[in-house]
Design a protein around this ligand. Structure first.
Ligand SMILES: [Zn+2]
Ligand SMILES: [Zn+2]
Length: 213
């Protein structure tokens, strides 16, 4: 299993598009919608919705009932994987969203981008859309005993990471920070679901600044 370099490094050149409302002195992250291809368990998505709402307090995290299926053109037969850039483009063209909305799609298929053997997820802040796949987050992919708890823990981290990108954060050098770049599942397991103080500060500064531009 080869290592992967997360593709969002280039794609996440921080677009100046994070949004903020200030209500009663509280920071409010404008809402994010969760989409799924219908093959990710509903209770997993409901749990994810709850966890993201805890991590992004005062945000509105909405689980969209709409199932999205990657067009067949996103599938590379020789690799047996889906091209995540094409998925993001397809979502950008097909999913109606408000200017202040972020879209996070949770997929179950194996994802890749050109010149990388796989990706856990990818974010495009310019279109405000990200995708995360459960495929390589499953312990059984690595020959280990299936564990819904471990899968969920990994999924939460990857989703927070990609949402962090959509809200303007880059990668963080602190290995335990959720914004640390994961080159392998070991690094995903090493990091926690929380932003380090620096990333938390940057996120709030970013949102505050964008509000008054
Ligand atoms: Zn990243
Ligand atoms: Zn950090």
């Amino acid at each position: 299993m080869g290592a992967s370099i997360e593709p969002c490094h280039e794609k996440c050149a921080l677009a100046n598009d994070a949004s903020l409302s200030l209500i009663g002195g509280e920071l409010v992250l404008i809402h994010a919608r969760l989409l799924s291809n219908g093959r990710v368990a509903q209770n997993t998505l409901k749990g994810l919705e709850g966890r993201l709402a805890e991590v992004f307090p005062n945000s509105r995290i909405i689980l969209d009932g709409q199932a999205i299926h990657p067009p067949s053109g996103c599938f590379n037969r020789s690799r047996g994987q889906y091209n995540s850039i094409l998925i993001l483009q397809s979502l950008s063209n097909s999913v109606k969203r408000r200017d202040d909305e972020r879209i996070l799609a949770v997929e179950s298929e194996d994802l890749y981008v050109c010149h990388l053997n796989f990706v856990f997820g990818e974010a495009d802040p310019s279109s405000r859309i990200a995708v995360v796949s459960t495929y390589r987050l499953r312990p059984e992919f690595y020959g280990e005993t299936p564990s819904p708890t471990l899968l969920f823990s990994r999924l939460v981290k990857e989703c927070i990471h990609e949402l962090g990108h959509l809200f303007g954060l880059g990668h963080c050098p602190t290995p335990t920070c959720v914004m640390h770049f994961s080159n392998s599942i070991l690094e995903t397991d090493l990091k926690g679901p929380d932003f380090c103080p620096r990333c938390k500060f940057n996120l709030e500064e970013r949102l505050r600044k964008d509000q008054y531009v």
